[in-house]
Design a protein around this ligand. Structure first.
Ligand SMILES: Cc1cc2nc3c(=O)[nH]c(=O)nc-3n(C[C@H](O)[C@H](O)[C@H](O)COP(=O)(O)O)c2cc1C
Length: 179
């Protein structure tokens, strides 16, 4: 892949696609779903906002993820935006041996789905639609509650497989969120 700028049609392999998509810097979320003892969480960077009116967001989840059945059954989820110090949490909710929600500080959103109490911000959503996306499912949620409990902290960012805090220099940029 390195150095290639070819635009000719050629079979695209998954590893190369993942490497190229890794050049697109994103924030990092943990999606939580379910309630009480049945709640689960998974680290996800495929979050995006979709619509302001109505307020819709989406994320893409691998069809083999444990979280998929929980979202389908409960039809609600919370998008927790991680802050710069939560790299360990992001790794704990990714891959094998995924962390348990009960081991993390949480409080219930209006839907009952747990919010990670130390997250930078959160969006609590009701599932309104889902679409087939190849080996992933695209979940669309309507935002019913939101909050920015840690707005003065830097976000956790993901770039080329690297997880870390956004450069602290950006802290000087005025917030676009009032208050
Ligand atoms: C930074 C980062 C971003 C990720 N983004 C996604 C994603 O958008 N969708 C997804 O299905 N898995 C994503 N994963 C992988 C999941 O966190 C998890 O490893 C995978 O879904 C399988 O585990 P599970 O059964 O616990 O969900 C990501 C992992 C990391 C570390």
């Amino acid at each position: 892949m390195a150095g290639s700028t070819s635009s000719e049609a050629a079979p695209v392999d998954g590893r190369t696609l993942r490497d190229v998509c890794g050049m697109f810097v994103t924030g990092v979320t943990v999606i939580t779903s379910g309630e009480d003892g049945d709640a689960e969480g998974t680290t996800v960077n495929s979050f995006t906002s979709v619509s302001l009116d109505p307020p819709l967001v989406l994320f893409c989840l691998h069809k083999e993820s444990r979280l998929r059945a929980v979202v389908d059954a409960s039809r609600k989820f919370v998008v927790n935006f991680l802050q710069g110090q939560q790299e360990g949490l992001a790794r704990a909710f990714a891959g094998k041996g995924t962390a348990e929600i009960r081991d993390v500080a949480t409080h219930p959103s209006v839907t009952g789905v747990p919010v990670l109490s130390d997250a930078l911000a959160f969006l609590s959503c009701r599932l309104v639609d889902e679409f087939d996306g190849g080996d992933h499912t695209v979940f669309i949620g309507e935002v019913v509650e939101l909050g920015v409990p840690r707005q003065h902290q830097e976000p956790l960012v993901f770039f080329r497989g690297w997880l870390g805090a956004l450069d602290e220099e950006l802290r000087g940029v005025p917030s676009i969120v009032d208050g």
